[in-house]
Design a protein around this ligand. Structure first.
Ligand SMILES: C[S@@+](CC[C@H](N)C(=O)[O-])C[C@H]1O[C@@H](n2cnc3c(N)ncnc32)[C@H](O)[C@@H]1O
Ligand code: SF4
Ligand code: SF4
Length: 300
């Protein structure tokens, strides 16, 4: 991260903590809900299967920027499916940077060739070793590994959603992150139990066991892009929700925190690590602030 970006984000953080402000800093643009996969834990794919046009996406990026967002994520559906005429995801990332976003990240299932050095991080979903990953995501593991090997940049961070199917595979994903070329780190979420996937939710005890494994992995020098000070809050679902500093825009509709905000009662069972990390950060939790500074400067 550039020093100037770091200073701008730090200033935002200080203002938010001291003045208890609720201004947004992190935004996500949903490019489409169309997806080539149908993962067992996912409730947001192929509901409309519309790929939103370039002009609309550009307008939404501008809208978030004007609201103060400086960390931008592109998400889906599958982001690498997005195109409009000659425009591709690469153009969107480049234009987001030109617009002034300080960090631009993309979330992908990794099943398409990866040529996106313009992104700060490519969050690539890997949900276990071959057996567990394929149990969640269909027969895609080998294709993904081949795409990672052939990627044109080393800005990949694994993104694992831990649930009842793959809870025993955290160690495998960690070691793969540590030992695979082009992969910088791994970041976790716990399953967030939408009404149609409640059976995949982890109990408090299971979350604790998962966090213990992640902490052990951190000790073994696995690059984990999460904050261990947030783990107790994630285990107990005791972090504040929603995250007021996070916005999502999909087809013109802006939601605070996540699209899931409309699902009754879901925030009480939220498994998204970024929500715990950001809400605790902006409440001025000193341990989180310290750890966040060290972690972000290391991986971005
Ligand atoms: C919805 S996907 C969209 C991007 C891309 N298709 C992918 O799979 O990475 C974004 C991330 O959300 C995760 N995810 C989906 N449903 C989830 C749930 N109920 N709880 C936690 N994470 C979930 C996926 O595993 C993926 O890492
Ligand atoms: S690849 Fe992503 S959007 Fe598609 S079904 Fe899986 S988690 Fe959902
Ligand atoms: S806190 Fe609520 S809105 Fe935010 S990600 Fe979690 S479930 Fe979704």
């Amino acid at each position: 991260m550039k020093i100037s970006s770091f200073i701008e984000l730090a200033k935002f953080g200080i203002k938010t903590v001291l003045l208890r402000k609720k201004d947004p800093i992190l935004g996500t643009v949903i490019l489409t809900d169309k997806c080539n996969l149908k993962c067992k834990h996912c409730s947001v794919n192929n509901i409309t299967a519309v790929v939103y046009p370039y002009d609309q996406i550009k307008k939404e990026m501008r809208q978030l920027y004007d609201m103060g967002v400086r960390i931008l994520f592109f998400c889906g559906g599958e982001t690498f499916l997005w195109r409009d005429g000659q425009k591709t995801l690469k153009d969107l990332v480049t234009e987001a940077k030109e617009m002034g976003f300080l960090i631009v990240n993309v979330v992908t299932n990794g099943t398409y060739p990866i040529d996106l050095p313009e992104a700060d991080l490519i969050l690539l979903s890997l949900d276990g070793d071959r057996e567990h990953h394929n149990a969640v995501r269909g027969d895609t593991y080998d294709t993904i590994m081949e795409n990672i090997k052939n990627a044109t940049s080393d800005n990949i961070c694994f993104y694992m959603a831990v649930n009842q199917i793959n809870k025993s595979a955290i160690r495998d994903v960690c070691l793969t992150a540590r030992d695979t070329k082009n992969v910088r780190a791994v970041s976790f979420n716990f399953h967030t139990p939408y009404p149609d996937t409640r059976q995949l939710a982890l109990s408090k005890e299971e979350k604790k066991e998962c966090c213990d494994v992640i902490i052990q992995m951190m000790k073994e020098n696995v690059p984990v892009f999460n904050l261990k000070s947030a783990f107790p809050y994630l285990i107990n679902n005791s972090f504040p929700t929603p995250c007021h500093q996070c916005l999502v825009i999909e087809n013109g509709k802006i939601s605070v925190c996540g699209r899931c905000i409309d699902v009754e009662g879901l925030c009480d069972e939220c498994g998204y690590f970024f929500v715990a990390e950001y809400t605790l950060l902006f409440r001025g939790n000193i341990k989180i602030i310290n750890e966040m500074l060290r972690t972000y400067l290391k991986y971005i």
